[in-house]
Write a protein that binds this ligand. Structure first.
Ligand SMILES: [Cu+2]
Length: 158
């Protein structure tokens, strides 16, 4: 496979796009809006009760006019990270998740979630876990995911 160089280039381009675009909202001013412009909001990991598995949540926001796709997730804290959907209580592993143009992809408690498996260490409240998200078009995005209490819920703040 000779894809790695192009992924690195895409990640550099994405970093530049994010720096320029910030979170300006509309983004409909013309130039550069014909591709996905991704940012990540509210990442967190509830401190796991298990020593070998943890869940993670975040929202990917797309300010751009093109759709993208989350195709892989990795972390320094886990041997493997899988993506799961939760339809009517039935958990299902997925190989990718779509992010619509000017839309968002939500991972939240009770819904879609990330599963950190084969933990290399047990994440503790107050620590941060590095998570790398790979997108089909935008390349790599690195997220620092804070570890919260085991019962943390962003809608109540604790
Ligand atoms: Cu799951």
């Amino acid at each position: 496979m000779t894809r790695r160089p192009s992924v690195v280039t895409a990640a550099a381009a994405l970093a530049g796009a994010l720096a320029l675009a910030g979170c300006s909202g509309s983004g409909s001013s013309g130039s550069g809006s014909s591709k996905a412009e991704l940012s990540v909001s509210g990442p967190y990991m509830p401190q796991p009760v298990s020593a070998d598995m943890a869940a993670g949540f975040l929202t990917v926001i797309n300010h751009g006019a093109a759709a993208d796709e989350l195709t892989a997730v990795t972390s320094d804290a886990a041997g493997q990270v899988t993506m799961h959907s939760n339809m009517g209580g039935a958990m299902q592993e997925k190989s990718s998740f779509a992010i619509p143009a000017r839309g968002q992809l939500v991972f939240k408690s009770g819904g879609n979630h990330l599963m950190f498996e084969k933990l290399k260490r047990k994440p503790k409240q107050g620590q941060t876990v590095t998570v790398k998200l790979t997108f089909a078009k935008s390349g790599l995005l690195t997220v620092e995911m804070p570890v919260k209490s085991a019962t943390y819920n962003p809608s109540t703040g604790h």
